[in-house]
Design a protein. Structure first.
Length: 354
């Protein structure tokens, strides 16, 4: 029995090493096809562990199937945990034997206890191991129903300690593998956010803007927003006040934009906004609303109310460089036309024939 249980233990660690690759980003998705595929992978792992059990007596099988079930319950909740356990429960019932009357309530008890402990212990991570007493509670009920079987006391004393040690130690190692994966994904997400975020305003930076620009399509539009007389603000009130003005303008563009739009720190005192699914006749309305909102919101700054000039262009089938250039041309028209206004790019009139 020890040899088979050790093999099952090694199999548990191996499958969790593979399962770590089902987590590809942070935060972890909890819906959609990727989440369904992940739960299916954990269900397959649970079933695989049941296929290679230890058998102390005919009809009684011992394995670590409760570990992946408990992990899913801890990470995603009792209902996903139950869904992951269902294939193993169905297969165990199909196998039959006296042990089925202990196996089914044992796995359900693990799900129930883990669900109760979810709010009292932290999420699985690299430093989860100090919470090993909680694992004893999680897996303590796994195997207790053996006492209800004929000759259960002797069977319990023989099998239960080994099963509990296998589950607790296996969970510490297997969940440690997953926890390290979460830690790496967290750091990667943080570094990516830092690389694509402007530190002063908190908006996406030019690098993110260039990436999102390539994803524009029909119905989208681009706005370039420039703070009027910003050099005068810095020269008169100092760069700290200038930074406050930029932060306030950024907050306005982020707050006043529609949920599907995105604002960027384009460079210096210039911002960009990519509008998604905006009608051609509504582009000017959106741009004007942002322009007015900036003038209203910046009134409380030390520099007083500042204004912005806005240049806009609706998406068209040209290169991203041409699209940005046309928005910049519209912005230049707004600046040279007196500032504090919105100009939209218009194609030049066709040349007259002589």
């Amino acid at each position: 029995m020890l040899r088979e249980l050790f093999f099952n233990f090694c199999l548990l660690i191996s499958v969790h090493y593979v399962l770590r690759f089902t987590f590809r980003s942070w935060p972890t998705s909890r819906s959609g096809p990727a989440h369904v595929a992940r739960l299916a992978a954990f269900a397959a792992a649970t079933l695989l562990l049941l296929l290679f059990p230890a058998q102390p007596t005919p009809g009684i099988v011992l394995d670590a199937r409760a570990v992946p079930v408990a992990f899913v319950t801890l990470q995603f909740g009792p209902l996903p945990g139950l869904l992951v356990a269902l294939p193993a429960l169905a297969y165990r019932i199909w196998l039959g034997g006296a042990g089925v009357y202990a196996a089914v309530p044992s796995l359900l008890a693990v799900i129930g206890v883990t669900a109760l402990l979810r709010r009292r212990i932290p999420a699985v991570g690299p430093l989860f191991w100090p919470h090993w007493p909680s694992l004893i509670l999680m897996f303590g009920a796994n195997g207790l129903p053996l006492l209800l079987l004929p000759g259960g006391t002797e069977l319990f004393l023989e099998a239960y300690p080994l099963l509990l040690i296998t589950n607790v130690l296996g969970a510490l190692i297997a969940w440690g593998i997953l926890g390290e994966r979460f830690h790496v994904l967290r750091l990667t997400s943080h570094w990516q956010a830092a690389a694509l975020t402007d530190p002063l305003t908190g908006l996406s930076n030019r690098r993110q803007f260039d990436l999102d620009l390539t994803a524009m399509g029909p119905g989208d539009a681009l706005l370039l927003v420039d703070v009027d007389h910003f050099k005068r603000v810095n020269d008169t009130f100092g760069h700290q006040v200038g930074d406050e003005v930029l932060q306030e303008v950024a907050q306005v563009l982020q707050r006043e934009g529609r949920g599907r739009d995105r604002a960027y720190r384009y460079g210096g005192e210039e911002f960009a906004v990519i509008l998604r699914d905006v009608k051609a006749d509504g582009l000017r309305h959106v741009a004007e609303r942002l322009r007015v909102a900036v003038a209203t919101a910046t009134g409380h700054t030390a520099a007083g109310s500042v204004t912005v000039s806005v240049g806009g262009v609706a998406w068209m089938a040209v290169s991203t460089t041409q699209l940005t250039q046309r928005a910049d041309e519209a912005l230049y028209s707004a600046k040279t036309g007196g500032r504090n206004q919105t100009c939209l790019w218009q194609p030049p009139p066709p040349a007259r024939r002589a």
